[in-house]
Design a protein around this ligand. Structure first.
Ligand code: DP6
Length: 324
């Protein structure tokens, strides 16, 4: 049986996805915008084996059982039902970055898996169809299929909630300098977090204002206007964390060091450095910066007491298949 291998990059959201209007299909409560992170990658191989009696998953060298395998198996069931084929699959997946680094790997994981599985099950899919399928494994994975700067449309149903490139990877040489604050996996995963979003009285205000922020963000990318981009990504990150902090039970992903870094980054920008912070569902701080600012930003971050490491990434491409 043939082995298919795909590579996908994680992405960092400038406008965040937080909350679903439909959990099973992962139809998001709002649209989102992100940048692909070219320096990091997940490589995933899929082989269909007629002798298997269930799917198999090897992640970073260790065989998985329980919830990780179950999530992959439920995802592969979609490919079996569309293709009409019944073989189970052996999935081998490796991340170029340690999972313990707390960088969300589900986006690159399900994007790479969607692409490799679509070939293994002999489905000929467009980029849009692939993004829709990847979305069902992990919402943010929809955004790891296309290249460069990407927008995931909220859509009105399963068939039109997909992500596409809004500016190619060489359009604007931005960088993400990730300050690692903790190296433990997060306590409450995003899947559970999304389900709590509606318990916050602030979520409806966040959603009501989402199209305005999406417009501002899209425009600032297309116009390469760093000051405008910085304002909207910090606002959007703060709004998502305000929802998290006020959900029931509350989710507090920031650590004291995250807050210290956010303050410093804002101060650097006031002093003329093109840098802005954004945080996902964890304490690590992503500092988006211009190419000129990157050496200073990564150096200054590494000088902050308590920062474990700084990972630096340029804008990356989309998911692709490796020829065997
Ligand atoms: C805070 O895509 O990880 O990173 O669909 O349950 O896998 P699942 O959630 P996930 O949520 C991402 C949340 C976020 C914001 C973002 O990336 O937009």
């Amino acid at each position: 049986m043939h082995e298919y291998t795909a590579i996908a990059h994680p992405n960092i959201a400038f406008i965040k996805y937080w909350g679903n209007r439909e959990n099973d299909l992962r139809l998001p409560a709002n649209g989102s915008i992100s940048m692909s992170l070219g320096a990091l990658e997940t490589r995933t191989s899929v082989t269909l084996l007629p002798e298997l009696i269930s799917d198999e998953l090897e992640l970073d060298g260790s065989l998985q059982s329980g919830s990780a395998l179950e999530r992959v198996s439920i995802f592969l069931e979609i490919f079996r039902s569309i293709s009409g084929r019944h073989e189970f699959a052996r999935v081998v997946s490796d991340n170029s970055f340690p999972q313990s680094a707390g960088i969300a790997s589900s986006a690159s994981a399900f994007a790479a898996l969607a692409l490799a599985a679509s070939h293994a099950y002999e489905l000929l899919l467009t980029e849009r169809e692939l993004s829709i399928l990847a979305r069902r494994g992990s919402g943010s994975a929809a955004r790891s299929i296309p290249s460069g700067f990407v927008e995931w449309h909220r859509g009105s149903s399963n068939d039109d909630s997909f992500a596409e490139t809004i500016a190619p990877l060489d359009y604007w040489p931005l960088w993400d300098c990730i300050a690692l604050v903790e190296d433990q996996p997060k306590k409450v995963g995003s899947t559970l977090g999304h389900q709590l979003a509606d318990t916050s009285p602030l979520q409806s205000a966040r959603l009501q204002d989402a199209d305005r922020r999406l417009d501002l963000c899209r425009k600032s990318i297309l116009e390469k206007d760093f000051a405008k981009l910085a304002d909207v990504i910090e606002l959007d990150s703060n709004m998502m964390h305000a929802v998290m902090l006020t959900s029931c039970p509350p989710l507090m992903y920031w650590s004291p060091l995250s807050v210290e870094i956010m303050r410093q980054v804002s101060g650097w920008r006031t002093g003329g450095l093109e840098a802005a912070y954004t945080l996902d569902a964890g304490p690590n701080v992503h500092v988006i910066c211009s190419a000129d600012a990157r050496p200073r930003v990564s150096h200054q971050l590494s000088e902050i007491q308590g920062v474990l490491d700084v990972i630096v990434s340029p804008v990356g491409g989309g998911a692709f298949l490796i020829p065997h």
